[in-house]
Design a protein around this ligand. Structure first.
Ligand SMILES: [Zn+2]
Length: 271
């Protein structure tokens, strides 16, 4: 799989697939990308289709012989109104060249290095003619990180792991038999250099739908299933290991105190 269990849980929250959740900007992106889909194509697969808003806008715009979406999230697919399949991008359940066009929006920036190359291989494998990709532009991933309040792991709250500029987009499918015919930046906005710089020193808030990929910490009732409860219990057991307040105060005022670097244990099987 291309992901971690905690991350996958977020995408199973039904609320995030509510069409209302998607901004005007998202809809504009769907419209722009729709125009980039070659007009002479009759079959299309949208990989990581989410709730299928893009597919619906394409299906409404013109006739298709086949229009299909796939996504890893069951919750997302329950909203899709055209043919859809539950699948991971690194293992697409389709034949070689099964679709004339394969589109993939806001997906590959989420992929860790281990699955990134195989995901691109898969997109190229099932696409006969064209591939349409969109990703955030030149995102400064470091300055958009949050920190887990429980285990202090720093990570991108939307699990973005890759960043792309024009060069990166140009090279994407170079070794996979596809060449770029258009690379275009979308949705310009103004950002102050000062703001961009200061972001470096600011940690993003740990939000309602954030889940720590390492320990599973979250503040969302829907995410509190067996997996996260287990993670939390383990965490609270660790918290109890903190020395009592009086001891911590002593350590502040007394210059040295005894500590140990290691601990060992021997266990035997019960017969
Ligand atoms: Zn954590």
């Amino acid at each position: 799989m291309s992901s971690n269990l905690f991350e996958e849980q977020v995408y199973e929250i039904d609320e995030i697939w509510d069409p209302e959740w998607f901004s005007q900007g998202d809809h504009e992106r769907f419209a722009t990308l729709g125009k980039l889909v070659p007009e002479d194509s009759e079959t299309l697969l949208d990989v990581g289709c989410g709730n299928g808003l893009f597919l619906s806008s394409l299906a409404n715009a013109r006739e298709w012989k086949r229009i299909c979406g796939c996504d890893r999230s069951k919750a997302a697919l329950s909203h899709v109104t055209v043919e859809n399949h539950r699948a991971d991008i690194v293992n697409l359940p389709f034949y070689e060249n099964e679709f004339e066009v394969v589109s993939c929006q806001e997906v590959i920036e989420h992929l860790p290095s281990v699955s990134f190359e195989s995901a691109l291989d898969e997109l190229a494998r099932v696409a006969e003619k064209a591939i349409v990709i969109s990703v955030p532009y030149a995102e400064d991933i470091r300055s958009n990180q949050t920190e887990c309040p429980s285990c202090f792991t720093r990570f991108h709250p939307d699990f973005h792991m890759q960043s792309f500029d024009e060069d990166a987009m140009n090279r994407l499918f170079a070794s996979r038999g596809f060449r770029p015919v258009l690379v275009e930046k979308l949705a310009p906005f103004d950002v102050s250099r000062h703001f961009q710089f200061m972001k470096r020193f600011h940690t993003k808030t740990f939000q309602k739908f954030t889940i720590c990929p390492v320990c599973g910490f979250n503040q969302n009732d829907e995410l509190k299933d067996e997996l996260t409860v287990r993670a939390e219990n383990a965490q609270s057991e660790r918290k109890e290991l903190r020395p009592p307040l009086s001891e911590r105060f002593k350590r502040l005022v007394i210059p040295s105190y005894k500590c140990y670097r290691w601990i060992a244990a021997v266990y035997r099987a019960q017969s």
